[in-house]
Design a binder for this molecule. Structure first.
Ligand SMILES: CC(=O)N[C@H]1[C@@H](OP(=O)(O)OP(=O)(O)OC[C@H]2O[C@@H](n3ccc(=O)[nH]c3=O)[C@H](O)[C@@H]2O)O[C@H](CO)[C@@H](O)[C@@H]1O
Length: 369
């Protein structure tokens, strides 16, 4: 059998990296001896997370455009040119059968170069809104795997396949681990638990809303698993110092998201695409606080797709400091509401997404070889 080689490119945040790792794991399971090389952005999260998952990664010096200070972009263009040249050399050396783009800075130069060198490409778009780079790359892509209906607004209809977003395998197995999970966080099985998570980088507004209302949580006998993100962690710890002996587990990042979901009776979350796919698969009642700082407000669109099906509650970023904790606390003590949210969100789950994406990858590489 031919030894296939696959480049997977993209990253920047967990929302792009974890689907990529899921695709890689499924490729390894399905294609014996497949060689996989990741191409990421030099100083971003993928440079740690991808090797930790057991894969090799090459870093490009690519950076995002600075829309508010145009002069800063001279350096950005220089980095882009260097990235294109490095991507070209990497592709020529590795000789992949296909390049898969999962979004984020590095996928632009890598997939662009791959197409120019005649290598087939596949894009995985996680969101209900497509960014500029993926729209450009779509013109030359062989397949575009999406998670939402109606993506023919952005991409050629004949290239689209609805596969959903790949969810890490250990998360799919999170159900039934409640006791083990609470034990892991040092929390009690007798109390209700709220998981607070601000996407892979943490969310300032969510953290400030929690910090401002910590008293209310503990007055209502609720315990917390609180992910702050690296930039906001110190401040959160400073606030927690005022409360000794309270039931809270706080960290900048949660590696065991399977345990975090398993322990949670209710989740407070940003509305990033992978987080939403995970919440659907695990049927978790959730209060979504979409980030207002993303392209075309796409997190609000992600969130509304659920809210319109009575599958989640939404609090806007602007309203969060006044309303978030009260909304969460009124929900967590209402078992009927929790169970109805859980049922509705479960209906929106998309299973076996990584397998379907790998089916598409295999169709392309087998056709071309
Ligand atoms: C600010 C920003 O640009 N956000 C985008 C980014 O979000 P972000 O990277 O936050 O992405 P998602 O919400 O889609 O996914 C977060 C992922 O990180 C994991 N996780 C999170 C926290 C933690 O402590 N540990 C952990 O493992 C989650 O389980 C999930 O797998 O990519 C998403 C997918 O394209 C977009 O929808 C988001 O709008």
């Amino acid at each position: 059998m031919k030894q296939y080689k696959v480049i997977i490119s993209g990253g920047g945040t967990g929302g792009h990296i974890f689907p990529a790792i899921s695709i890689a794991n499924t490729l390894k399971k399905r294609i014996p001896g497949v060689q996989i090389l990741f191409v990421g952005a030099e100083d971003r999260m993928e440079m740690d997370k991808v090797p930790a998952a057991g894969y090799e990664i090459v870093g490009l010096p690519v950076k995002g455009f600075d829309r508010s200070h145009l002069l800063n972009n001279i350096k950005v263009v220089r980095c882009l040119l260097r990235s294109l040249s490095l991507a070209k050399n990497t592709i020529r050396d590795f000789q992949p059968d296909i390049a898969v783009g999962v979004g984020g800075y590095a996928s632009g130069p890598t997939l662009w170069m791959a197409s120019s060198l005649g290598i087939p490409t596949l894009i995985q778009e996680q969101n209900s809104y497509a960014g500029v780079t993926n729209k450009l790359l779509a013109k030359k892509a062989d397949r575009i795997c999406v998670a939402y209906e109606g993506m023919d607004k952005f991409f050629p209809a004949e290239k689209i396949v609805v596969t959903g977003n790949p969810v890490r395998q250990d998360l799919e197995e999170a159900r039934g681990k409640r006791e083990e999970a609470l034990n892991f966080f040092g929390l009690s099985p007798e109390k209700k638990t709220v998981l607070v998570v601000g996407g892979s980088l943490g969310a300032r507004t969510i953290n400030q809303s929690i910090q401002g209302d910590l008293d209310k949580f503990f007055a209502s006998d609720v315990q917390l698993i609180w992910q702050t993100g690296r930039y906001y962690h110190e401040e959160a710890i400073r606030h927690l110092k005022a409360y000794r002996g309270i039931p809270v587990w706080c960290s900048d990042f949660i590696s065991r998201m399977d345990f975090a979901y398993a322990a949670a009776d209710l989740v407070i979350s940003r509305a990033g695409a992978s987080s939403i796919s995970e919440l659907c698969i695990l049927k978790k009642p959730v209060v979504l606080v979409p980030s207002p700082n993303v392209a075309e407000d796409h997190q609000t669109k992600n969130a509304l797709a659920l809210v319109n099906n009575r599958a989640a509650v939404m609090v806007t970023d602007k309203d969060a400091p006044q309303k978030l904790v009260d909304t969460a606390l009124s929900l967590i003590h209402d078992d009927d509401r929790l169970s109805s949210l859980s049922q509705q969100i479960g209906k929106m789950a998309h299973f076996h997404s990584a397998e379907q994406i790998v089916d598409e990858i295999m169709k392309i590489i087998e056709r071309k070889s």
